[in-house]
Design a protein around this ligand. Structure first.
Ligand SMILES: [Zn+2]
Length: 87
């Protein structure tokens, strides 16, 4: 079992986490064409190597950024989306 590091709770088992999607895949705003929704929902870059992703730690319900190598599954870094002093 792999350990992921929640920025708020520390290292925990990977089964406590939920994948939230690729970072930077922004939801279309306003009146947009169907192609924009299709791109947002179904098409991914499927990067090879370091990728920035959004994850949630289920016990604390915090959402954070994880940089992970998609080839080795190594977790490079995790960080809160909002600095603690602004939360
Ligand atoms: Zn946590």
């Amino acid at each position: 079992m792999q350990l992921f590091t929640c920025p708020f709770c520390g290292p925990r088992a990977e089964t406590e986490f939920h994948f939230g999607g690729d970072a930077g895949n922004l939801r279309p705003e306003g009146d947009v064409e169907a192609n924009a929704w299709t791109d947002y929902l179904y098409f991914r870059n499927n990067r090879r190597g370091a990728a920035r992703e959004i994850w949630m730690h289920l016990p604390c319900r915090e959402v954070f950024m994880m940089e992970r190598d998609t080839l080795t599954h190594e977790v490079i870094a995790t960080e809160a989306l909002v600095p603690e002093e602004q939360a």
